[in-house]
Design a protein. Structure first.
Length: 374
């Protein structure tokens, strides 16, 4: 259900988020901790604020970040010794804060997070473990959490060797998880092949989860933004991004323009068109088109995806935007076996930041590119 409004979709979403969070005076997000989903949302809010000149959206990000970043650069509720890639993501907001304020605490906090990555446990080929408690495992999720941060850190603090590290991480996981027949990427890879979900030969998890590929697509486009144009691996990463987006185009649902929770299983019983992955794909493709990483014929795939989100997943009432069909959460572990039944059995919710943040990012990039609805 849509109503007429002079505001762009991203502005309307940002207003909804502000109203929901600050309705009764400023308070922190429900989780109350340094976390990757909230970090993604804060980054999206500040980008909308910058693009449309709305200081309130930028200050929204700063207020929440300042709940965690102490004067000495330490971060409340963060532990380096967890070696958890998820905990890097919120740190992406530190670079804008440092640029805006010059406050050294943001620089110190960035150095702290970079120190985690430099000491992150690794596979035999140097791939970051997703977490200390997930030995020898690389997940597509982790590339989004860490790679764009490390690329921007390399640019900000003139550490060119770290671009090599980012390139290595992006290329390694693609080489381990890509299915040659479909071009799609499996959610995770276990070098040791010990996990219950790991294939005995490849070490890969058994299915192509939409949001996992969404994380990786965003990781590529957000990392490339910071790369020097003459970096020897830049063109390879761009080429793999193009190839992957074409693979995603082949599994885009024809009528709606959306993507399934389990990407290659179509309307198999229990499968559904999922919001967060669809939004991530639209964001990555729209940004990739804008920055000319992708060929122009992919414009149709991105536009169809964005229009599908607006037509099929969005409701608008009383100036609030609602997003439906969001997978609340999924992972890989002893009780999360990566099976088809597992992925379709996870809770489906509405208005979770897990979907709303990618929707905000996708809407803003769609507006910048002029995709479909606006």
């Amino acid at each position: 259900m849509k109503t007429e409004s002079k505001l762009a979709w991203s502005q309307k979403i940002a207003e909804t988020i502000t109203q929901q969070t600050d309705a009764n005076g400023y308070h922190e997000f429900p989780s109350g901790r340094w976390a990757y989903v909230e970090g993604m949302l804060l980054m999206a809010m500040s980008r909308v604020g910058i693009h449309y000149g709305n200081e309130n959206d930028i200050s929204f990000m700063k207020r929440h970040m300042d709940l965690f970043v102490n004067e000495d650069g330490s971060i409340k509720s963060y532990s380096l010794e967890e070696y958890n890639l998820d905990q890097i993501n919120q740190g992406k907001n530190l670079f804008l804060l440092l640029e805006m304020t010059g406050d050294s605490r943001y620089e110190k906090a960035a150095h702290l997070l970079a120190a985690q990555l430099l000491g992150q446990p690794r596979t035999s080929e140097g791939g970051f473990w997703h977490k200390k408690v997930y030995p020898y495992q690389m997940w597509l999720d982790g590339l989004y959490m860490s790679s764009p941060f490390l690329a921007q850190y390399a640019k900000t603090f003139n550490k060119p060797a770290l671009f090599d590290e980012v390139a290595h991480q992006l290329l390694l996981i693609e080489s381990k998880t890509r299915d040659k027949a479909s071009g799609l990427l499996y959610h995770g890879w276990d070098e040791s092949k010990e996990q219950v979900w790991a294939d005995a030969v490849t070490g890969c998890s058994p299915h192509f989860w939409s949001r996992a590929m969404g994380w990786y697509a965003m990781a590529i486009v957000d990392s490339l933004e910071h790369f020097p144009i003459d970096h020897p691996k830049r063109g390879t990463i761009v080429g793999l991004f193009e190839r992957m987006c074409r693979a995603l185009g082949r599994v885009q649902e024809a009528d709606s323009g959306l993507w399934f929770q389990v990407l290659d299983q179509g309307f198999r019983k229990g499968n559904y068109l999922e919001a967060s992955g669809s939004c991530m794909f639209v964001y990555a493709m729209a940004k990739g088109l804008r920055l000319r990483y992708l060929e122009r014929d992919l414009y149709e795939t991105a536009a169809k995806g964005f229009n599908g989100i607006i037509t099929h997943l969005i409701e608008e009432d009383d100036n609030n935007i609602h997003l439906h069909s969001i997978c609340h959460g999924a992972g890989l572990s002893l009780d999360r076996d990566g099976s088809y039944g597992y992925y379709i059995g996870e809770q489906v919710v509405s208005d979770s930041f897990m979907g709303v943040a990618p929707f905000l990012l996708a809407a803003l990039e769609a507006e910048k590119l002029g995709l479909g609805e606006g």
